[in-house]
Design a binder for this molecule. Structure first.
Ligand SMILES: Nc1nc2c(ncn2[C@@H]2O[C@H](COP(=O)(O)OP(=O)(O)O)[C@@H](O)[C@H]2O)c(=O)[nH]1
Ligand SMILES: [Mg+2]
Length: 320
């Protein structure tokens, strides 16, 4: 027992020091575990990393942007974790190997740790696991944790909401802004980036977006920036870095960072309680045999599912 305790403490110390091998092992454990023991151990060591969400449609240049932005931030001696929630992400290696920007170079840097999350498992599960992986990277002493997601669905929006600053990346292609608006992307954006600024129509697109956002600035007090970048050149990257830093200062200055993080913790607590209760319910709610009998009756229209559900729920809510 004592020896096991020592081994756990040693691994925790290695994780906190940022040992890449231990980070990888811990992430794998957390990804596969259903019980939160490891997360409980690391939680006291989290809360220091600044989380930046990079979200937008596939092909907008998110990975390329994260790459050059990280290279920019590394010059300050920062440690960076990247989570790519995108099965096609070039961080996983290979996909864009011949590209001008070498995605794989970054993963060799001693102060960078990159993890790709597949779309394995249920969608709700993916969002949860991404948050858990972010905790591991936070405990491992990362100054920044980037989370790249394809901003199209609820899951991605959910993940983006664990971030302190969310950067939405769009490209000057027809319909992009409308799509983004439909997906609720513009509502979660703290900074908007028009990437592929070398493409035709980028200035007109910037103007369109500026017009659409004029009202929002007055509501939040944050002077919402819309920036143009060319990730492949790269161009506009120091400005993007400065905008993220400015957003952070804004949040810290008005107490919003703490408030927002508390809201996120509250949301997490609700999720965790719901998860526990629903898995408990699935296991204990009703015996297979009892259900089979009822299913048969329901199929023959002798019983209705509404009454059955109410009866079972009552039994759980008000046990005799
Ligand atoms: N012309 C142009 N191409 C870019 C720019 N940024 C990225 N790309 C290219 O767009 C493609 C998709 O980039 P990627 O970073 O994988 O996009 P993601 O799916 O949003 O992560 C790649 O071929 C990049 O080289 C840019 O600023 N200008
Ligand atoms: Mg990508």
């Amino acid at each position: 027992m004592r020896n096991r305790r020592c081994a756990v403490d040693k691994r925790l110390r290695q994780l906190i020091r940022g040992d890449k091998r231990v980070i990888a092992q811990t992430i794998t454990t957390v990804e596969n575990a259903t019980d939160p023991k490891v997360l409980e151990q690391i939680f006291p060591h989290t809360g220091k990393a600044y989380h930046i969400g990079i979200t937008g449609p596939p092909g907008a240049g998110k990975s390329t942007l994260v790459n050059v932005l990280c290279q920019h931030l590394l010059t300050d001696g920062k440690k960076i974790g990247i989570i790519a929630v995108d099965p096609t992400s070039p961080f996983s290696g290979g996909a864009l190997l011949g590209d001008r920007v070498r995605m794989t170079d970054l993963s060799l840097h001693k102060d960078v740790y990159i993890r790709s999350m597949g779309s394995r498992g249920s969608l709700g599960g993916l969002a949860q696991k991404t948050k858990d992986v972010a905790l591991v990277l936070d405990a491992a002493g990362m100054d920044y944790v980037f989370i790249e997601t394809i901003g199209v669905g609820q899951v991605e929006l959910d993940i983006a909401q664990v971030c302190d600053t969310t950067v939405v990346v769009l490209v000057p292609e027809s319909g992009d802004s409308i799509q983004a608006m439909k997906a609720g992307l513009l509502e979660i954006a703290d900074i908007l980036v028009v990437n592929k600024g070398d493409r035709e129509g980028s200035d007109r697109f910037m103007l369109e977006l500026k017009f659409a956002f004029e009202l929002r600035e007055q509501v939040t007090g944050w002077d919402f920036p819309i920036l143009k970048t060319i990730a492949t050149k790269p161009e506009g990257i120091p400005e993007l870095g400065a905008a993220i830093a400015a957003h952070r200062s804004y949040l810290e200055g008005c107490g919003m960072l703490e408030k927002a993080r508390k809201i996120k913790l509250k949301r997490r607590i609700h999720e965790l309680i719901e998860n526990r209760i629903s898995s408990h319910l699935r296991e204990h709610m009703i015996g297979e045999h009892e259900l089979d009998t009822m299913l048969d009756k329901m199929y023959r229209r002798k019983l209705n599912p509404f009454r059955v559900a109410a009866r079972i729920a009552d039994r759980i809510i008000r046990p005799q």
